[in-house]
Ligand binder design. Sequence first.
Ligand code: TTP
Ligand code: MG
Length: 395
Amino acid sequence: MADDLIMHVDMDAFFAAIEQRDNPDLRGKPVVVGALPGGRGVVSTCSYEARVFGIRSAMPIAEAYRRCPDAVYLRPDGRRYIEASRKLMELLGEISPIVEPVSVDEAYVDISGLSRLFGSPSQIGMKTRSLIRERLNLTGSVGIGPTRSVAKIASDQQKPNGLTVVLPEQVEDFLAPLPVRELRGVGKVTMKRLHKEGIRLVRHIQELDQSTLQRLFGENGGGHLYRQAHGISSSFVGLAAEQKQISQEVTFSEDLDDADTIQSTLLQLACGIGRIARRKGVQGYVVTVKYRLPGFETHTRQRKLPAPTNWDMAIFEEGQRLLAETKAPGRPLRLVGIGLSNLVPVGTHRVGLFGGPDRVRADRLYDTLDKIAEKYGKNSISPAGAAGGKRRRPK
Ligand code: TTP
Ligand code: MG
């Protein structure tokens, strides 16, 4: 519909910001959440102070340490992050009844027709940010636009603590100067193909008509690019079918039998996979876990879900379940990995933009969060939790 208005909310440096909120000593400092230096894991996320050193999510922890040995290094504490996630989704539910969580710190909110209640789109955005500050004592960035893609790109424009509103008449100008990789469904392969044609900016796509794009990129792919570049809603993400599965794994430097570390590694991997899937605009039906016992005995196990997902917590939960079912309890692991396959474009299983299944999905979110929170209540994902455990800092 012409007057659709979507808000995308993405919390700033989510895991790290929660650590800084809960421990004032960490405020203003570079904080890196993820594996600890000395191991082979990766960075989950880091505070904006750490980003100055070039540290980024998914970077090997050794490289992060090389860039900033003085940063504070913490293992993730899933329980507190999930609690914050739950509060975030709840407060968004006060803005609009139609909330679609997409990851632990990110959601789309349908704000069409809410101006009578809350005022202009910017006022809705400001209201959302102030609720986040009041309830969570954290900051989030908000983007508002006529489609999900535009709202998502907008929320990223002025991070952290930003608000970017793109009105329908501004969409083309807003998208024009961006690099093509900002568009949904444009992964590495498509980007290369676009670059080969001299198409680097969204403006270059906007300059071509739809039939030219379809000649170059196929009927579906070209049509999708055309709609994305003009900010027209598009659920087709045919270009994303570049990849059959998304997977990540970590090899430990020594055999590992610490259930907390295995869990937190799995959580990080699941977040990474969810992230890639969302970036590509796909969801997967099948979650696979892979693990290696000492001596290279490697196993995989997978399960097909009733509905496709690209949500971190759903991938994590399924992975955990599979691992619990398969691994002989207490046996040390050398490697753990998780994958998402049977990928389909987002939207394949939706009725309309925010149709029935999305509401169901929001319900499932709370269900899952409850279960995870319960679990972590007893067995926190990390010793850095409220139980007063140790927060290790490298020497
Ligand atoms: P993001 O929203 O991508 O990152 P962020 O909130 O830390 O920072 P930004 O201000 O740029 O939004 O991801 C949300 C959380 O998901 C992040 O805090 C940690 C987790 N995560 C991982 O564990 N691994 C990853 O590779 C990424 C990207 C995120
Ligand atoms: Mg975020």
